[in-house]
Design a binder for this molecule. Structure first.
Ligand code: SF4
Length: 239
């Protein structure tokens, strides 16, 4: 376990050397805003989910207005994010649940929960998985938790930090002993690495700052192009 934490620290510092310390919104956003933004971000890019989130925010003065709103209306407003039927249903259902449970549409009560309690509370809802719940932990509650999406899953396995076959298992193993204070920069820079350099089919290992410590057997030093810079991160821009 200590070896894993040391490896994560080394990766983190090499990524910071390459990409810098990522922008972080230290005025943590409202947890429900962040949850809704994360639901919108599932299976689409950050630009489209950002548009959908802004559409919702400009259409409604508060999430209370969604309690009695028709789901199909929400679906229309968020269409740009894709999977609008499922996403509108997940959003509507959490809003209705919160209103019924606490008499207010707010997730503030989870701020005093442990990480595990937050995950259990959020993942009981259809359309909210561990990745979405862990984004709320990291980006809205400032917890030292590293969410695992497809980019993080692919890169931590190629690097040899974990050896797991699903993002869910990678999440559990990776977060067992995560170095204090490293989750935000590690997560954000690793996504950038996965988008720009360690891409699924043709990783550009020549450009990779981790190529000396990576254990991936099929490293690719032939690729000569440069990945597109794609460093906009929706979840650090939710206000
Ligand atoms: S060396 Fe290659 S396979 Fe390993 S992390 Fe870097 S780009 Fe990915």
């Amino acid at each position: 376990m200590k070896a894993q934490a040391k490896f994560i620290k080394e990766v983190n510092s090499l990524l910071i050397k390459k990409f810098g310390v990522p922008f972080s919104n230290r005025n943590f956003p409202d947890p429900l805003d962040l949850l809704i933004a994360t639901i919108l971000s599932q299976n689409t890019n950050d630009n489209n989910s950002y548009k959908a989130f802004n559409n919702l925010k400009s259409h409604y003065k508060s999430w209370n207005e969604l309690i009695n709103e028709k789901r199909v209306k929400i679906e229309k407003i968020i269409r740009v994010a894709g999977l609008a039927e499922q996403k509108s249903s997940a959003i509507k259902s959490i809003v209705v649940y919160l209103n019924k449970k606490n008499g207010e549409v707010s997730l503030d009560y989870i701020k005093k929960f442990s990480d595990e309690e937050v995950i259990n509370e959020l993942t009981r809802h259809k359309g909210i998985g561990v990745k979405t719940a862990s984004c709320v932990l990291l980006f809205a509650l400032g917890r030292n938790v590293c969410p695992v999406d497809t980019h993080v899953h692919r890169t931590v396995n190629r690097l040899g930090i974990v050896k797991e076959n699903t993002p869910g298992k990678s999440f559990s193993t990776l977060n067992r002993n995560f170095p204090e204070g490293a989750a935000h920069s590690f997560h954000t820079n690793l996504i950038r690495l996965g988008r720009e350099i360690c891409t699924p089919s043709k990783p550009n290992c020549t450009e990779c700052p981790l190529n000396k410590i990576c254990t991936y057997k099929k490293k690719n030093f032939e690729y000569k192009g440069r990945g597109k810079q794609r460093d906009f991160m929706l979840l650090d821009n939710v206000t």
